[in-house]
Design a protein around this ligand. Structure first.
Ligand SMILES: [Zn+2]
Length: 330
């Protein structure tokens, strides 16, 4: 089994976006500590639109210089130490700006598919270039911001032009729709890897793209009650390390507290308690790939402990994989 521990490397996009130090740099340094202690590698999907904006505004606002340096130094360090750096696009940065005190984040166009074809073309090219320039390596795997990559027909040609051949955004049975964001993976195949051509949730054995879906798990309402209550009981252990707030997802919390929900296998907060259970389930299904998602900003002391236990227990029997190592020469 290949285990991909993947992290979406970004600040928050809600009204309180949080600081670069607490949302990104510190939690990632904890991940680096775990990786180095156990000699495993992780995969980072870097929000490169943010790096572009920092670069644009740091000339006018010198206080951003520090954020820009910290991020670019850490991304280079990760890449040089064998961690994977791949493409994560949050195109709402196109409409967002720094006002001298904080970022004014406009999510009216949250999905890449909200933009025109010409705009998509330059976003994909410029965002990918940021990472190629920083790492000097080939960037070929995509994780959509907020899982929004449908309708993929709007992206397909541009992704091909940019040699993006692998996607890792789908999670089976995932479904959500609200004003600014939506995804529908209810028809995705029950597979750990497959080819697709037109839409990432529809298998096509001769397709150009490979989908390596994020593993999914079905959670009971009880699980989410525990998750919310534990945070109140023991904030030191369970409070997210990031100091911002997530973009609101209307109806989501109520749904999770009242019915079974299909979720990603995740190391964010209390979700990390399910890693072993998820691995067992995938083994029973004879899957060969497990893709775990996480966000440095949403990790807690508890989830870092759980991740370390999981790595320690499984590092000899399983391969902690990166996209670069697994797909590069295929
Ligand atoms: Zn993201």
């Amino acid at each position: 089994m290949n285990i991909y521990i993947t992290l979406d490397y970004e600040i928050f996009f809600g009204e309180i976006h949080g600081t670069v130090e607490k949302c990104i740099i510190y939690p990632t340094s904890e991940l680096i500590r775990i990786a180095e202690k156990h000699n495993v590698r992780f995969c980072f999907f870097v929000d490169c639109g943010f790096i572009l904006k920092l670069d644009e505004f740091r000339k006018q606002f010198p206080q951003l210089e520090n954020d820009y340096k910290k991020i670019t130094v850490q991304v280079k360090y990760l890449s040089n130490s064998g961690h994977d750096i791949q493409l994560h696009i949050h195109p709402h940065w196109e409409d967002s700006y720094y006002n001298g005190e904080h970022w004014i984040i406009d999510v009216k166009r949250y999905k890449l598919t909200d933009f025109s074809e010409n705009e998509i073309e330059s976003i994909v090219m410029n965002y990918k270039k940021v990472l190629t320039d920083l790492t000097g390596k080939t960037i070929f795997t995509y994780r959509a911001g907020g899982w929004c990559l449908q309708p993929f027909s709007k992206l397909k040609k541009i992704f091909k032009q940019n040699n993006i051949t692998v996607d890792s955004s789908v999670f089976r049975k995932g479904f959500y729709t609200s004003e600014h964001y939506s995804y529908d993976f209810r028809n995705a195949p029950d597979k750990d890897i497959y080819k697709f051509e037109d839409e990432p949730e529809i298998e096509n054995p001769t397709g150009y793209f490979t989908e390596l879906p994020i593993s999914s798990i079905r959670n009971s309402p009880l699980f989410f009650w525990k998750l919310f209550l534990l945070g109140r009981k023991n904030p030191y252990l369970h409070k997210p390390l990031g100091d911002g707030r997530a973009i609101s997802a209307p109806g989501q919390r109520k749904k999770m507290l009242t019915q079974y929900t299909d979720c990603t296998v995740s190391i964010d907060g209390y979700n990390a308690s399910l890693l072993e259970k998820a691995l067992k389930k995938l083994k029973r299904k004879k899957f060969e790939n497990m893709v775990v998602i996480g966000h440095p900003k949403s990790l807690s002391r508890y989830s870092l402990q759980e991740l370390e236990k999981f790595v320690e227990k499984n590092k000899t029997n399983y391969n902690f994989a990166t996209y670069s190592k697994m797909f590069k020469n295929k």
